[in-house]
Design a protein around this ligand. Structure first.
Ligand SMILES: Cc1cc2nc3c(=O)[nH]c(=O)nc-3n(C[C@H](O)[C@H](O)[C@H](O)COP(=O)(O)OP(=O)(O)OC[C@H]3O[C@@H](n4cnc5c(N)ncnc54)[C@H](O)[C@@H]3O)c2cc1C
Length: 455
């Protein structure tokens, strides 16, 4: 169907690699570039430095039973899933004396209270069929979560629950638009799904399995520096080891995060709304810390091994329960201002300081063996963990994030309506973009010619 048609895919995260897989299957001549020296992007399994050959996820970790496209892909590629965190989530917070207690009811309780408080707005949003081009959505989106908490005279417990969500949305209540919360309730309710998995052997196995068939078609350490749309062709400037080369192709699928894409010159300019959408989208701060201890001191059979907290280190969970060996890894995810606090704490006291914050879990009973942390807002190729919507983002513009522009197609987590912020969103949108190329090509019928590949 796409024989003789050349497609450049920018980005070798899950969106780019999935798009490339489908395009190859359609017969296209595919080139994939990524500025990193590895594939996977924000799926980043850390393998170096941990004892007993263990590993843990510094980026995308949990896969829910509802992540259909991702699960199907995992299955097609012959990868295996490990069920994790089967006892669900609990909530830990300091009491009035500053002693951290695990609250003896599950995290869903606070979530149910939020759902109740937002019931009427959620109903209205559902009446608008969850569209982002209606005054209903616009009115909700103008408020921050904090403004809503103030307006509804929320008690401290409800405020603590909303603040705890910074580990999920990667934004604080004073940054996050209320529409993010309402959209979540309108979709499915609690973000803590029933069944959770990670890929056996590491989530990077998925990226590797997708990349392997690409062979020489995958160019790592190669940065997309500029795009120019010229008549029936797309010209891309690619930088590799300080050298810039031009690649001309029929179509370009761009999967770079909007935070990076907005720095890349595109000529002629994108439509004003599309430019504005890409420029305005915010990305959340997120620091993931992986702490390997000499024992799995937190394990109590039948009890949760995952905790939401209002504390500076954010949420904490068992990062490798599916792996063998005496040592064990705890994963800490600090979103929004907790990311700033964690970075500060790490800078001041090192990983041992973070370990001391976990004494309520029993950390003093084990030895901290090694640690690794990634602050995603400091990564120049991500500039944040994943996208979030603040009140400054005009909801009408959201659809422009995914809108093809001539021969230029967009995919990636941030372009997904249903699965924004998830690996499943990356996979779905990669597949969608590949299908869009095929659809546009089928309708317009490009003259077949050999791709001019300067690489
Ligand atoms: C801390 C953290 C925790 C997360 N937890 C979960 C989770 O538990 N479950 C879940 O489902 N999801 C989770 N996610 C989200 C998930 O990881 C992402 O949604 C998904 O991996 C995004 O894939 P992508 O292909 O859209 O983008 P990316 O993976 O970012 O891919 C884009 C690629 O473009 C490359 N690039 C950037 N600029 C250029 C350029 N100029 N030229 C060439 N290449 C360039 C980048 O190097 C990158 O490889 C988490 C993310 C983070 C950061």
């Amino acid at each position: 169907m796409l024989q003789g048609v050349s497609v450049l895919v920018a980005g070798a995260g899950l969106a780019g690699l999935t798009a490339a897989r489908d395009l190859l299957a359609l017969g296209a001549t595919v080139t994939v570039v990524d500025a990193r020296d590895r594939v996977g992007g924000r799926v980043h399994t850390v393998r170096n430095g941990f004892a007993a050959g263990q590993h843990a996820e510094a980026g995308g970790d949990m896969i829910d039973a509802t992540h259909a496209e991702l699960l199907a892909l995992v299955d097609e590629l012959g990868l295996k899933l490990a069920p994790i965190l089967r006892a669900g989530w609990a909530y830990a917070r300091p009491d009035e004396h500053g002693v951290v207690r695990v609250v003896p009811r599950d995290a869903a309780h606070g979530w149910e209270r939020l759902a109740l408080g937002l019931g009427e707005l959620t109903r209205q949003y559902r009446l608008a069929e969850r569209r982002w081009d209606t005054p209903i959505t616009q009115a909700i989106a103008q408020k921050t979560v904090l403004q809503w908490l103030d307006d509804s005279h929320a008690d401290p417990e409800l405020r603590a629950t909303a603040e705890g969500l910074r580990g999920f949305f990667l934004a604080d209540p004073d940054e996050l638009s209320l529409i993010a919360l309402v959209d979540q309730f309108a979709a499915e309710g609690s973000p803590a799904g029933d069944r959770t998995y990670r890929i056996l052997g590491g989530n990077d196995q998925l990226a590797t399995a997708l990349a392997t068939p690409l062979g020489e078609r995958l160019k790592l350490a190669t940065e997309l520096a500029a795009i120019s749309l010229r008549g029936q062709r797309v010209r891309a400037s690619l930088k590799h080891k300080r050298q810039t080369q031009q690649l001309t192709c029929d179509y370009l699928v761009c999967t770079l995060p909007a935070s990076v894409l907005r720095r890349i010159p595109i000529t002629p300019a994108l439509p004003a709304q599309q430019h504005d959408a890409i420029a305005a989208l915010r990305y959340g701060r997120a620091t993931k810390t992986l702490l390997q201890f000499s024992s799995r001191f937190w394990r109590v059979p039948g009890k949760p091994a995952a905790f939401g907290t209002p504390m500076p280190f954010g949420a904490v969970w068992d990062g490798n329960e599916e792996q063998r060996g005496k040592p064990a890894i705890l994963t800490l995810l600090a979103g929004g201002s907790a990311s700033d606090a964690t970075s500060e704490l790490l800078g001041r006291d090192g990983a041992a300081g973070l370990g001391r914050q976990l004494e309520w879990l029993g950390a003093q009973r084990a030895q901290l063996l090694t640690s690794h942390h990634v602050t995603w807002e400091d990564d120049p190729l991500a500039r944040g963990g994943y996208a979030f919507f603040d009140p400054g983002f005009t909801p009408d513009l959201r659809r422009w994030l995914a809108q093809p522009c001539g021969r230029l197609f967009f995919a990636g987590e941030h372009t997904s309506l249903r699965w924004q912020g998830y690996m499943n969103g990356a996979v779905e949108t990669g597949r969608r973009a590949a299908a869009e190329v095929a659809a546009v090509h089928g309708m317009t019928g490009v003259v077949r010619r050999r791709p001019r590949n300067a690489l």
